[in-house]
Design a protein around this ligand. Structure first.
Ligand code: SF4
Length: 445
């Protein structure tokens, strides 16, 4: 919880000696409150001040990490809702593989999961981790599956194994890879020691809030902070309620035992159920979910949802401002113009492509805003488009002198024509989905 400048001032020596670089303790307290200074800059700060201000400076949700070659991070969140500020880390998606599965089938699956990277609005989307379950008596089968994942993937691993001897062997196999271990029973001293020695992330499982508090405090007091919390619950409604309580307590009350990212293994009756549960938990407030099966359609839906939820609205996804060829344009091909907001670019370029023609698509830098927003902000005007067309020397690259602007900004056509002498400005359609019919009905060349 944020601590006020006045509260910080009360903890300082109040001698106004100036050794911290500012003339008074009050001025230094204000700098500390604004996170523009460190307490260490005051050589006379008491141990009490260090303890109190150190705890206040800790993030309300601790950072958790899994993996060696490719590290998955969760936590460090500071807000309940994205519109308040931003979410720091998106929910991780892990896929379960079981040691009882056929080895060839496992290898095929690992490779397929590894290769399943899709690009959407300029971002690469993929699964984050493997969740490996030891579900046979045969220890070798479990160790084999770990080896298969290690050989074929850089993704981090979560170990789900209740046999302590086999688990210890698995941890040794992964000693360079900082795996996570799902603890299904109450955390023990041995678990804590193992986590410290082997740089493990621990996933604590509890049946109720009291149990969760005891276990989280036990780990934290012993110096293990790389934790996920798993409050076991079979009812989705109750789980959403629990997650909300946990997140609110951590963020609003600064309740330290709940200040860790949340984990959930998703149990479902069928695919629809799985998608519904995974979607809810991804939104509220799981930082790591495990899917019991690999299914591309399911993953695509979750990737899209995750991207929509976790994209920072203050930093719109942008594409580079330049001329993009659509198809195989010639110097006579028509010229379309729009903004560098990724979604706009991908929709417009996709619809031009769908129409079957080749064209030049001029993307103007408006700091990643959509057409109407950029126009309202004075960033997508006739003058600015004309300047960009001249800067990139478009007239030297193409012969056509017809430029198609988005229908939503028909009002800039006069200014653009004035700023681009010799060009005919054509007002296009408002919606990208109407581009194919617009192209059919208008003589563009
Ligand atoms: S060094 Fe410490 S005691 Fe001196 S003015 Fe700064 S805050 Fe106050």
């Amino acid at each position: 919880m944020a601590i006020s400048g006045l509260d910080i001032f009360k903890l300082l020596p109040r001698t106004n000696c100036g050794d911290c670089g500012v003339p008074t303790c009050m001025a230094f307290a204000m700098k500390l409150a604004q996170k523009k200074a460190e307490l260490g800059e005051c050589p006379f700060a008491s141990e009490e001040a260090k303890a109190i201000l150190g705890a206040a400076a800790e993030p309300p949700i601790q950072l958790a990490k899994i993996g060696g070659k490719s590290v998955f991070e969760a936590g460090n969140e500071t807000v309940l809702f994205r519109h308040e500020k931003t979410f720091v880390h998106q929910t991780g998606i892990a896929i379960q593989l079981c040691s009882s599965e056929d080895e060839k089938e496992l290898l095929r699956k690992i490779k397929e999961i590894e290769d399943y990277n899709i690009e959407r609005v300029g971002e690469e989307l993929y699964t984050d981790l493997f969740f490996l379950s030891h579900d046979t008596e045969d220890a070798q089968q479990f160790l084999k599956i770990i080896d298969l994942v290690k050989q074929n993937s850089k993704k981090g691993i979560i170990l789900d194994c209740e046999n302590q001897e086999v688990l210890a062997e698995a941890i040794q196999l992964l000693r360079e890879d900082s795996p996570a271990v799902l603890l299904k029973k109450e955390i023990t001293e041995a678990d804590i020691e193992q986590a410290k020695v082997n740089d493990l992330c621990l996933i604590i499982t509890a049946k109720n809030f009291d149990d969760l508090i005891l276990q989280a405090e036990k780990a934290k007091n012993a110096g293990v902070k790389n934790l996920f919390l798993n409050l076991d619950c079979d009812n989705l409604g109750r789980q959403l309620q629990n997650n909300t309580i946990l997140r609110r307590a951590a963020l609003k009350q600064n309740f330290k035992p709940f200040g860790f990212p949340l984990f959930s293994y998703i149990k479902a009756e069928n695919k629809d159920d799985l998608l519904a549960k995974a979607s809810f938990l991804l939104c509220k407030y799981c930082s790591l979910i495990v899917l019991p099966e690999y299914d591309k359609a399911l993953l695509y839906s979750l990737f899209t949802l995750r991207q929509n939820i976790y994209t920072d609205p203050q930093k719109p996804i942008q594409v580079e401002a330049k001329v993009y060829p659509i198809g195989e344009p010639t110097p006579e091909s028509p010229v379309f113009v729009t903004t560098n907001f990724s979604l706009t670019y991908f929709m417009v370029s996709g619809e031009i492509e769908n129409s079957g023609i080749s064209a030049h698509l001029v993307i103007v830098d408006v700091e990643g805003q959509s057409v109407l927003t950029a126009w309202a902000a004075g960033k997508f005007t006739g003058e600015k488009i004309a300047k960009f067309v001249k800067d990139i020397k478009l007239e030297e690259q193409i012969k056509t002198r017809k430029i198609i602007i988005p229908g939503f900004v028909a009002q800039i056509s006069g200014d653009l024509e004035e700023a681009l002498p010799g060009w005919e400005v054509i007002v296009g359609c408002q919606e990208a989905s109407d581009i194919p019919s617009f192209i059919k009905n208008v003589a563009l060349i």
